[in-house]
Design a protein around this ligand. Sequence first.
Ligand code: FES
Length: 124
Amino acid sequence: MATTWITICDTCKQDGWDARGMDQTDGEVLAAAVETAAKASPGLRTRRHSCLMGCSGACNVTIQARGKLAYTLGRFDPNAEAAAAIVDYAEKYAESDSGQVPYRTWPEAIKGHFVTRHPPLPEE
Ligand code: FES
C-alpha cells in the first residue's frame, strides 16, 4: 500500500500571530502536534513544507498518496485536537483505495476544513 503523507505548512500564521508574542509560527506548533499524533500510525509519514499557498486560511495541511486523490485542508487551529482529527482522517484515507473517505466516517473536527481536491495524475 502506498505511503500516506501528511504535509504541514510550517510557516502558517493565523491573524494576530505577531501580537501573541509566540516564538514559533502557528504552523510549527501544528506540525509538532501532528508529528506526535502520527507516530503510532505506521502507514503515515509527515513532512513540513514552507507555504502551501493557502496563507489566509491558516493553518494548512495536505494529505496525499501516490495514485490517490490529494486533499488540502485548512483553517485549523494549532492544537492537539486538530492534529488528532487530521491523523484520524489520514488513517481512513490510507485505508481507502481511491483516497475517498465516506463522509459518515469523517472525524467531526475535520468537517468544514476541506479546501481543494486533486485527482491523481494518470499513469504515463
Ligand atoms: S504560510 Fe502556510 S500556506 Fe502560506
